[in-house]
Design a protein around this ligand. Structure first.
Ligand code: C2E
Ligand code: MG
Ligand code: MG
Length: 605
């Protein structure tokens, strides 16, 4: 078999007239494989090794990238790849290591190998090196360059009929083909390191991998996450339920296959804690005006008289306004109440009845394109100009009149979209809202983790809000979020914003108590600075209570109710949240600070 290869090489060198550096390497058989472990994340066992080719150490042709480049330059790509395959299998056969062997081969080399040698010869080659076909996995590289997919699928199915498994390498790199995944139905797909690197910090990468997991389920494929370099990334991938992992943190490529997983990797894979998943970087909450019902009201023009307009209003008693339109484009709005007040005045009709209604028009109407994002509409609601409340607004489609809307419809629709969005992320603090909070509790319970559920809430916040206004109130809520975030270890501790001044903290850090106490103290100090000097001196403000009675309220502080949860004792996230909420109630009753509600479970996390 090696002779065949040499014959090919000689032929090429004869044509070229001289021997290239790669050609010499092949002749002298200086290529050798290193092996990198592929680990089963669920049980921390070494599932397989991937063979990676190396040229002589200390030379320009040491790395596979340099070798592959040289091979292409010397028109020896096929010969080189087959030499890699042979070197990998020969060394593996000699080492007699347990577990599977993954070898890299480009789709092109595989089809060429098959065309030249056929199925039986290929299997003979594998067996000749003492490798059991069932323990061999072919990693198809450069699959994006496949031209004839059907042919590749045919070759692959022949190879697989002998028990050899198939993997798609570096999926997600370049233009990996989903069609190839669907057509070849490989046993394994290796996700490119781009998606695993820093996954613990990037919600979008996490979501991408979750999407790939769904595809993998459809096609019955197991996933391998490549390029795991840190314990943080490993934790996230482990908790996502990715079957296999590979990367420097689990084991470097080495001439000797790895027998036992390193202690650091073992420790991470055996942890009982749950990694906090990164949130998606928030984009503006979706939703636009299509959901808003519009009134298809008649319009008027510059030549419409006051009498004509009055008859429109009389015919349609619910119409709050009409739009003044000039060649389909709205230019002004006329408010019903204002118009009718004038129109019904004595002698008005006689003097002004046949004149243009434009005198009553507001030529700066609120015009909203139908596909405006709700976020833009919020700008209208919070602007100085509050005329939309009486005049409503004109809706347009591509600049053309589409109908009228009322102010309260606008407020309602914006609020609905915002409430829905806030269930995912609070718009004020951008912290996860109720849905991700529940999801995180569910993950903790599923893994039967021990954690502490804390519910934090402000004391005497309403008087502050009433006294200094919503703007400063919002600032105070953001302050809680900021300090709470500082007190959380982002790897282990989850911070969510239920709404208003209510926050949930789910601690896995063992020093949670200390963190909560620091949060309370730090908040009290920084919140006090938000009061004016007089209030600070007096230790609070005079404000109305819920019954409208004026009384003295101390400066705002924080109460935290805490419950230690043994994940094996609960199955519903709701029960945990309720327990934490009632612990908060106890905390408030006992005058603020951190209050731990004792459950039958021990307080050790
Ligand atoms: P690949 O098959 O995706 O192999 C994984 C590459 O990622 C290897 O680089 C490996 O050393 C590296 N790697 C593993 N863990 C980590 C990590 O945690 N972080 C980072 N940054 N890198 C990690 P290597 O050995 O340089 O191989 C590069 C590529 O060369 C391979 O990518 C494969 O496409 C090709 N290659 C390697 N050996 C062979 C071979 O024998 N035959 C063929 N046809 N191609 C090969
Ligand atoms: Mg590979
Ligand atoms: Mg790869």
């Amino acid at each position: 078999m090696h002779l065949q290869l040499l014959r090919n090489v000689t032929r090429v060198s004869e044509v070229a007239g001289r021997q290239g550096p790669l050609e010499s390497l092949l002749h002298e058989r200086l290529l050798y494989p290193v092996f990198q472990p592929i680990v089963q994340l669920g049980n921390a066992s070494i599932y397989a090794h991937e063979a990676l080719i190396r040229g002589p150490q200390g030379t320009a042709l040491h790395t596979p990238d340099a070798l592959l480049r040289a091979a292409a330059q010397e028109h020896l790509s096929y010969e080189f790849e087959i030499a890699c395959l042979e070197a990998a299998m020969q060394t593996w056969g000699q080492l007699r290591v347990a577990g599977r062997l993954f070898v890299n081969i480009s789709a092109m080399a595989l089809t060429q190998l098959f065309a030249l040698r056929g199925r039986e010869a290929l299997l003979g080659l594998i067996a000749g090196f003492g490798v059991v076909p069932r323990m061999l996995v072919l990693e198809i590289t450069e699959h994006e360059r496949v031209e004839d997919m059907d042919h590749l699928a045919q070759v692959v199915s022949e190879v697989r009929s002998a028990g050899v498994a198939l993997a798609l390498d570096d999926f997600g790199d370049g233009r990996s083909s989903l069609r190839l995944w669907s057509q070849l139905k490989p046993e394994l797909v290796k996700i490119d390191k781009y998606f695993t690197r820093n996954i613990s910090e990037h919600g979008d990468k996490l979501k991408t991998i979750q999407a790939l997991q769904q595809i993998a389920e459809i096609f019955g494929t197991q996933l391998v996450a490549e390029g795991i370099e840190t314990p943080e990334d490993l934790r996230v991938l482990r908790d996502l339920g990715i079957t296999y992992g590979q990367g420097y943190f689990l084991g470097h490529p080495d001439r000797k296959p790895l027998k036992y997983l390193g202690v650091d990797a073992l420790r991470v894979l055996r942890e009982r804690q749950v990694a906090v998943f990164p949130e998606l970087t928030r984009s503006t909450p979706g939703g636009h005006l299509r959901s808003l019902s519009l009134v298809r009201a008649p319009t008027v023009g510059l030549d419409t008289s006051n009498d004509e307009l009055a008859s429109i209003f009389l015919d349609m008693p619910d119409l709050h306004a009409v739009a003044l339109v000039n060649t389909e484009r709205p230019v002004a709005i006329i408010n019903r109440v204002q118009f009718m007040n004038e129109y019904t005045k004595l002698y008005y009709r006689e003097v002004w009845g046949r004149k243009s209604c434009a005198v009553h028009a507001n030529f700066e109407p609120r015009i909203i394109e139908r596909d405006h994002s709700v976020d833009e509409l919020v700008g209208i609601l919070t602007s100085q100009d509050q005329r939309y409340l009486s005049d409503g607004f004109i809706a347009t489609e591509n600049g053309r009149y589409a109908g009228l809307g009322t102010g309260d419809q606008l407020v309602r629709s914006v609020t609905e979209v915002r409430i829905e969005a806030a269930r995912h992320a609070n718009p004020l603090t951008f912290l996860p809202g109720n849905i991700p909070i529940s999801q995180h509790i569910e993950r903790l319970l599923k893994k039967k983790a021990r954690f502490v559920a804390c519910y934090a809430d402000l004391n005497h916040f309403k008087p502050f809000n009433d006294h200094y206004g919503y703007w400063r109130g919002d600032e105070m809520i953001r302050l809680v979020a900021k300090i709470a975030m500082e007190q959380c270890d982002p790897q282990w501790d989850f911070l969510g914003h239920v709404g208003g001044d209510d926050f949930i903290l789910l601690f896995q850090s063992p020093d949670w108590q200390l963190r909560c106490e620091r949060l309370v103290v730090e908040f009290a100090a920084r919140a006090e600075a938000m009061f004016d000097e007089d209030a600070r001196r007096q230790g609070g403000i005079q404000a109305e209570d819920r019954h409208g009675v004026s009384r003295f309220f101390p400066c705002t502080t924080l109460s935290i109710g805490a419950v230690v949860i043994d994940g094996s004792q609960f199955s519903r996230a709701e029960d945990v949240a309720n327990l934490a909420a009632s612990a908060k109630h106890d905390a408030k009753q006992s005058g603020g600070g951190v209050f731990e509600r004792v459950t039958p479970v021990s307080t050790q996390v």
